[in-house]
Ligand binder design. Structure first.
Ligand SMILES: Nc1ncnc2c1ncn2[C@@H]1O[C@H](COP(=O)(O)OP(=O)(O)OP(=O)(O)O)[C@@H](O)[C@H]1O
Length: 243
């Protein structure tokens, strides 16, 4: 692990965005009105390279979810740019942005966020269909890569929390996403399962060249990450101490 160098928390020396992966330049985002107005992102610049597994830690309310939201084209910063795989997100219309998100960005949430009525295989098939993927799509190899092929016909209610997360990770990678945004993936898991899930995220990032950004409060899993940045009061700062 390298939790060492932090020139602007991973921003490259030149101010131009990198061609692949995620580049955020001088993002500012304010939320709320009047007295409740807060600067959720305060001049944030960040690069995450293909194949890099980055963790973002920081206190509650420091802006971590806001950062994931702008990186995932779910929210637009008031100023600054967000570039994913060379595409400046602000240049896309609302409709094009949704299509870009479907085929370029994968999301993994706390609880796996699976659809209760669908089997593991069908969770993946649905995303493939929504993204306009090939009719011949076979979910089994992807389920196999997360150790879940033997559970392909099980519904979420028949899976453990860790297994649900594994299916969620496979689903996030269905359309070949090269940016993976992961929010508190271990929140509902015990220690051993947490480590397994985060180790899987690290392996998927490295083997498939995926730029992965994981927000976590779980310091126990930081050893699997290539880089760790801390967010405080909307700003990215020094590396967090690894325990
Ligand atoms: N819709 C909103 N309207 C107003 N303020 C908001 C809104 N969403 C978030 N905020 C505020 O923006 C700041 C950043 O919130 P954000 O959710 O990004 O933090 P976080 O680091 O993800 O927190 P947590 O670890 O608790 O999830 C906080 O002060 C929060 O209260």
């Amino acid at each position: 692990m390298t939790s060492s160098t932090f020139p602007a928390a991973g921003a490259s020396r030149a101010d131009a965005p990198q061609a692949a992966g995620l580049s955020i330049r001088h993002a500012v985002m304010e939320l709320g009105d009047g007295d409740t107005r807060v600067t959720a992102l305060d001049d944030v610049s960040l690069d995450v390279a293909p194949g890099e597994f980055l963790a973002i830690v920081g206190p509650s309310g420091s802006g971590k979810s806001s950062l994931l939201a702008v990186a995932g084209a779910l929210a637009s910063p008031d100023s600054g740019t967000v570039t994913v795989n060379g595409q400046d997100l602000s240049q896309l219309s609302q409709g094009k942005r949704a299509a870009f998100r479907l085929s370029n960005i994968g999301f993994v949430f706390q609880s796996g966020n699976l659809i209760p009525a669908l089997t593991a295989a069908d969770q993946l098939r649905l995303v493939n269909r929504l993204a306009g993927g090939p009719k011949t799509f076979d979910p089994v190899p992807l389920l196999e890569s997360v150790g879940m092929a033997h559970r392909a016909t099980n519904r979420p209610g028949q899976l453990s929390g860790g297994e649900r997360q594994r299916v969620g990770i496979a689903r996030a990678l269905v359309s070949g996403a090269k940016l993976l945004l992961v929010d508190e993936p271990t929140a509902s898991l015990d220690r051993a399962r947490s480590r397994e899930v985060v180790e899987l995220l690290a392996r998927q990032s490295h083997e498939h060249g995926v730029a992965t950004v994981m927000v976590t409060h779980d310091h126990d899993v930081l050893g699997y990450c290539d880089r760790i940045v801390e967010m405080v009061d909307g700003r990215l700062g020094a590396p967090a101490p690894v325990r």
